[in-house]
Design a protein around this ligand. Structure first.
Ligand code: FAD
Length: 430
């Protein structure tokens, strides 16, 4: 399990027709890169293949939560510094919810907005993913094949033979599939089916010239009546730019026969709460879309000789759409379990189940709460009520703010009593 000598190759030549490694990671998004960095720390012989040439774009809202920054800090504090120093990064100190009735609620992530380093950030994925991939290349401990696609996976007595494009192949003992929302591995090898009730469609575009963007980088979530249980977002970027998009569960997109790309442009130019802010805004490039596999249904994350990371494992938060941190958290656990599996000579499905257990232990509770919130998000009146009451009641506003960092508080959202207190205007018991 040592690092290969002279590795970190960007090696697509005809002589490189067959490779061997212990762990093959497919996909260099946040999940794959985090797994690669963690495997490098463990000294496991690892190869990372990526079909795109970086820097590459990824359709996303570009919002990096506090969880992303914490995982980065644990893997390599230098990465936090590189993200924070990036010229395209907007520090984010909170979130503004706009209820269906039009009332807004500003919820800071911290009691000390503007002091020290911001808890969150918005940084285009073109830049963020390049920082991570660059860090993997710089470790010199992971063999990297860029512009290389995994085409076919064949099980062997020792592990896998993976056919790559250009007639090349890799033999490995474990596959870590981090190949994203449209993962070939998840669909064709692991057999994870797409279910429109547990999948969302999202579209986004970059705009410049929107008025009234928050100076402290508060992200905006607009719960418009016509989009529930989905929402429209405006995530500010430096220089008066913003990432603007919307997301909605795929079964609703189908039943309402919506074209989300058209819907985004229609809403920003005609919705009463948005149109004045977009009056002089310019769209930069096309509106682009992509699927979000939601964690409202648990899929197995492992099997004989493989682990699924991030979107390939359907780990996106069903309420907020957050998936970058979950890809990174699952990447760390996948690397740890892969390391232990190789050390014990146990790459069988029973041993690898430890990975599922660790991921659900870490993320299961908050994903269950978000699943509940997604159910409630159909109720326009409830949003209006929460926002109205919180605007009048600083204690409730503070409770909501703390929910971003305090899971016990968030768990109260699962209890019917919380809503009864709210509806009846009772004091929110702790
Ligand atoms: C519209 C939209 C908005 C979103 N907004 C946010 C947000 O603001 N914040 C947030 O946290 N999350 C957001 N998400 C979710 C987030 O984008 C994903 O959860 C995250 O990118 C998952 O990372 P990943 O590493 O699993 O996959 P990806 O980032 O998709 O990376 C997968 C990689 O695998 C490569 N690949 C695919 N197939 C192959 C193959 N056969 N061979 C080799 N390489 C391959 C791809 O080129 C890609 O680089 C959003 C998603 C969408 C669609």
């Amino acid at each position: 399990m040592r690092a290969p000598s002279g590795s970190n190759t960007k090696d697509n030549g005809p002589s490189a027709s067959s490779h061997a490694t212990d762990v093959l990671i497919v996909g260099a998004g946040p999940g794959g890169c985090t797994a690669a960095l963690q495997l490098a720390r463990h000294g496991v012989r690892t190869m990372l293949i990526e079909k795109a040439v970086f820097p590459r774009d990824k359709v996303c809202g570009d919002a990096l939560s506090g969880k992303v920054m914490r995982v980065l800090g644990r893997i390599d504090p230098d990465l936090v510094a590189r993200v924070n120093a990036h010229a395209h990064r907007m520090p984010s100190w909170g979130v503004t919810f706009v209820a269906p009735g039009g009332k807004a609620l500003r919820v800071p992530f911290s009691r000390h907005t503007g002091e020290g380093e911001a808890p969150g950030a918005i940084l285009p994925r073109l830049d963020f993913d390049a920082i991570l991939f660059d860090a993997v290349k710089r470790t010199n401990a992971v063999q990297v094949l860029e512009a290389t696609s995994a085409k076919q996976y064949t099980r062997t007595p020792d592990g896998w033979t993976v056919a790559l494009d250009g007639g090349r192949s890799v033999r490995c003992r474990l596959v870590l599939a981090a190949d994203g929302a449209h993962s070939q591995f998840a669909r064709h090898v692991a057999g994870s089916a797409m279910d429109p009730r547990h999948q969302a469609a999202g579209v986004r575009a970059y705009y410049e010239g929107i008025t009234d963007l928050d100076p402290h980088g508060f992200i905006e979530l607009h719960f418009l009546k016509e989009l529930l249980p989905g929402y429209l977002w405006i995530f500010p970027l430096p220089g008066g730019r913003a990432n603007v998009g919307l997301g909605l569960r795929s079964d609703h997109v189908r039943s309402r026969e919506l074209d989300l790309k058209t819907e985004l442009q229609r809403l920003v130019s005609s919705h009463p709460t948005l149109k004045y802010r977009f009056a002089n805004a310019q769209i930069e490039g096309p509106v682009q879309g992509m699927g979000l596999p939601l964690a409202s249904k648990r899929h197995p994350l492992s099997g004989e000789g493989y682990l699924l990371i991030g979107d390939a494992g359907h780990l996106i938060d069903p309420f907020t759409g957050e998936g970058i941190s979950h890809a990174m958290i699952s990447g760390v656990h996948a690397a740890d379990v892969a390391h232990e599996a190789l050390r014990e000579g146990r790459t069988d499905a029973a041993f690898l189940k430890a990975y599922d257990r660790r991921v659900w232990r870490r993320l299961g509770q908050e994903l269950a709460i978000s699943t509940r919130l997604q159910d409630l998000a159909h109720q326009a009146w409830l949003f209006d009520l929460v926002v109205k009451r919180a605007n009048r009641n600083p204690a409730l506003a503070d409770t909501i703010s703390s929910m971003f960092t305090d899971l016990d508080l968030r768990a109260r959202l699962k209890k019917p009593g919380f809503y009864m207190d709210l509806v009846l205007g009772r004091r929110l018991s702790q």
